[in-house]
Ligand binder design. Structure first.
Ligand SMILES: [Zn+2]
Length: 238
């Protein structure tokens, strides 16, 4: 039954389609992933077009037709994130955040935690363009993995449950491992372990800092866990 509905969403990706249209990949607050066509938005005088840029947070009216794609009937800007677009590093962090949501959340099942987290990360990048760095992006990715159900085990050995001598990280076991279970793991510094625990415990705006070596280890630990368990390969956080 064709019907119209309202929703709020972030534009994750926008692809040219036909003469003047775009196909949008949206992540919505209450309907998860939505694919939609925005008709005529590549015409010079389209007001809708400017509002539907990737990274924009928008309020939409969508028409659900018979096909897989909805049609955008109206759009209002909630947050354009114009400031972050002026800084290359911020833009890259924002694009990486959208890419991670695109890869990890592809169903119509809503995930409010993931939606709120994405909105929060984009707003933070926009409020401090050029300021937020790799540590915040890794904290975002940790929290997103948690929202997706793929957070690494950090409290005790993921293989045997031992709480002490946690010296390695095993992507296959899905978390930190003790000295006797270290087969297939790589070395994890105490600092990295601390960073990963804190990143999950603190709000994104208070993401902990850590030395580059620890951030690189955390990036690898998260990345390989997602590859193994979610079958999703994300670009490393630069
Ligand atoms: Zn163990």
């Amino acid at each position: 039954m064709p019907a119209s509905f309202k929703t709020e969403a972030v534009v994750l990706r926008s692809i040219r389609f036909g003469e003047a249209d775009r196909v949008l990949h949206l992540y919505s607050a209450d309907r998860g992933r939505i694919g939609a066509v925005a008709k005529g938005v590549r015409r010079i005088r389209s007001r809708m077009g400017g509002r539907l840029e990737p990274l924009a947070r928008v309020r939409l009216v969508l028409h659900q037709g018979r096909g897989d794609l909805c049609t955008v009937t109206s759009v209002d800007t909630v947050h354009a994130h114009a400031a972050l677009r002026e800084h290359r590093a911020s833009l890259e962090h924002a694009a990486a955040a959208c890419e991670a949501v695109l890869r990890l959340f592809d169903s119509a099942e809503p995930n409010r935690a993931a939606y709120n987290l994405l909105c929060h990360q984009l707003a933070l990048l926009d409020s401090e363009p050029g300021g937020a760095g790799r540590a915040q992006s890794l904290a975002f990715r940790s929290k997103l993995a948690l929202a997706a159900g793929f957070a690494p085990e950090l409290a005790s050995c993921a293989a045997c449950g031992e709480a002490d001598h946690l010296t390695g990280f095993s992507p296959v076991a899905g978390g930190v491992v003790c000295a006797s279970c270290e087969a297939g793991s790589f070395a994890l510094d105490a600092e990295t372990h601390k960073f990963m625990v804190k990143a999950l415990a603190h709000p994104l705006s208070e993401a902990p800092q850590a030395p580059d070596r620890a951030l690189a280890q955390a990036d690898r630990a998260l990345g390989e866990t997602l590859e193994h368990h979610a079958h999703v390969r994300l670009r490393r956080v630069g």
